[in-house]
Design a binder for this molecule. Structure first.
Ligand code: ADP
Ligand code: MG
Length: 269
């Protein structure tokens, strides 16, 4: 058979474009050259191309999911100091971040502690790890989300808005204690919690454990019902430690004295 390499290459570029295989389209000339040079069997060549396409697809998917998640930037496990929060164990958090046991059953996670102890940081780090493990996550300030859902309710599209959130395996509701029932009518939050119960996970951060939650929901019965659903299958992270922010600020103030102190101790030894 006649072969015309230039025509084949042009045709292949077109076909791979139609098939939506951009990575193979990009890589095949180099891989084909290597395959010809090293005498690869055809199956090996084809498998190598397919593997590249798949790996690139996976990378792009994670990139998309990181973008849609709206995680606060730069809050990862790499820069989280676990020694500052002795009430939680790194091994436990690492297990949570793999997602398997809880995300697949729609269980929840609740992180409690005063401001500045790293609740949002930890939630964001868990979210990022879950996305890298293949799950979809949305990080939201609870007050913002409640506001969005209320607008949807006014438009008679609350049901659709809540359904849209089903695509996220994990919804991170940051700072739920900042929602107040007088700020607006917050049964939308209750509807969201009920809908996700035993179906899709929620990670909540809050300054207050449940004691104060009747400020969040319209009445006590609803507060009890919401708490009941949230804690039925939940991991609770108690982070009652000193504010990391404050600790860092205090250390920074002390810092100028440090080099001198070190010099003194060196001189004396
Ligand atoms: P919270 O949500 O509990 O109020 P944040 O997560 O916003 O606290 O933490 C406050 C600041 O301190 C952030 O910049 C965060 O990155 C940092 N931070 C808090 N705890 C830690 C920690 N254990 N290791 C590293 N940085 C931390
Ligand atoms: Mg926070």
């Amino acid at each position: 058979m006649n072969s015309n390499p230039a025509a084949d290459a042009a045709r292949l570029a077109f076909l791979l474009g139609e098939l939506r295989l951009p990575t193979i389209k990009h890589l095949w000339p180099d891989l084909a050259a290597q395959s010809d040079k090293d005498g690869w069997p055809a199956a090996r060549f084809l498998a190598a191309l397919a593997e590249h396409e798949l790996a690139e697809r996976e990378r792009r998917r994670i990139e998309r999911h990181l973008l849609e998640a709206r995680l606060p930037i730069g809050k990862t496990f790499d820069n989280f100091d676990f020694s500052a929060v002795p009430t939680i164990s790194k091994a436990h958090i690492t297990a949570l971040a793999s997602g398997n046991a809880w995300i697949e059953t729609g269980a929840n996670c609740l992180a409690f502690g005063p401001p500045g102890v790293g609740k949002s940081h930890l939630a964001a780090a868990i979210g990022r790890a879950l996305i890298e493990a293949g799950f979809r996550v949305l990080f939201a300030r609870t007050t913002d989300l409640v506001q969005r859902l209320q607008i949807a309710r006014q438009d008679l599209s609350l049901e659709a808005a809540i359904t849209k959130l089903d695509r996220y395996h994990l919804l991170i509701l940051d700072d739920i204690s900042y929602v107040t029932k007088d700020q607006a009518e917050t049964s939308v939050l209750f509807e969201l919690i009920s809908r996700r119960y035993e179906h899709r996970s929620i990670l909540i951060t809050a300054n207050q454990a449940f004691g104060d939650w009747n400020k969040i929901f319209p009445d006590q019965a609803m507060t009890l019902a919401a708490v009941d659903r949230l804690v039925h299958h939940a991991t609770i992270l108690e982070m009652n430690v000193e504010s990391y922010r404050r600790r860092v600020a205090i250390e920074r103030k002390r810092a100028p004295g440090r080099p001198a102190a070190r010099q003194t101790s060196k001189a004396s030894s």
